[in-house]
Design a protein around this ligand. Structure first.
Ligand code: 13P
Length: 255
């Protein structure tokens, strides 16, 4: 069985390079003995270069967005090739906080293709804004997956990670509600079905992870009962000890 993975999404934190280095160093020290869990930190673009200089064999670095093409007249954009060249290996794409700023499935699809072409692992975020009685949220997630992965080959499919992040469960959402491992498991089964319909039942399924207010109290429940291959904590990844707790829980469950 492949290793489980914990991906910390720092979002637009911390405020200074010094704090970013300190947090990263603290995490690197705490995870130095971890063996059975893959660990990724997705930091703001401007910190990535200096974080690659901090020695750790346990943490891979990731970005939180990237453009769909390598170079060209795209003012303000950062390309996946540039990210790869400074040492990033993962990139979160289609996060709900970016979708809320206008990012469409079509644009995310281009970004996924660019990331794959540059050797980055895309972490595609999908998830509904709210749950409705008619279960329309399943269709929302299905459309996100089908449109974001349009034109992606069967071979590339397994190089992607899908993060199920119900927006209503993210810590900063107004009137946030905790999702349960059952909510998650049900969606993971559905996502696997959508992927099997798209790529064929025999195609290797991407890792599916869960994000949405993951903390030290519920990480084990999601890993045990949520049917996922890992977690994508946001707020909890800004505290080295809490992040390590989550990694430890994962490590204990990884056989
Ligand atoms: P929180 O863990 O802060 O709810 O963030 C989840 C998330 O959006 C990770 O990408």
């Amino acid at each position: 069985m492949s290793k489980k993975i914990i991906i910390g999404n720092w979002k637009m934190n911390p405020l200074t390079p010094k704090d970013a280095e300190k947090l990263f160093k603290n995490i690197a020290e705490l995870v130095s003995r971890v063996k059975k869990t893959d660990i990724v930190i997705c930091a703001p673009f401007i910190y990535l270069d200096r974080l690659t200089k901090i020695r750790t064999s346990k943490i891979k670095l990731g970005a939180q967005d990237s453009f769909g093409l390598d170079t060209g007249p795209f003012t303000g954009e950062i390309s996946p090739e540039m990210l790869y060249n400074i040492g990033a290996r993962y990139v979160i794409l289609g996060h709900s906080e970016r979708r809320a700023m206008g990012e469409t499935n079509e644009l995310i699809n281009k970004k996924i293709k660019g990331a794959l072409a540059s050797g980055l692992v895309p972490v595609l975020c999908v998830g509904e804004n709210q749950r409705d009685e008619n279960h329309e949220y399943f269709n929302i997630v299905k459309t996100q997956i089908n449109e974001c992965l349009d034109g992606i080959s069967k071979n590339s499919n397994s190089k992607i990670i899908i993060a199920y992040e119900p927006v209503w469960a993210i810590s900063t959402t107004l009137n946030q509600k905790d999702a349960t491992p059952m909510d998650c498991e049900e969606m993971v089964i559905f996502i696997k079905k959508v992927l099997a319909d798209k790529f064929g039942a025999k195609t290797e399924c991407p890792k599916i992870i869960y994000g949405g207010s993951v903390n030290t109290k519920d990480a084990g429940d999601f890993l045990n009962g949520g049917g996922v291959d890992g977690l994508l904590p946001g707020r909890a990844s800004l505290n080295a000890n809490k992040f390590m707790e989550i990694v430890k829980i994962c490590e204990a469950l990884n056989k």
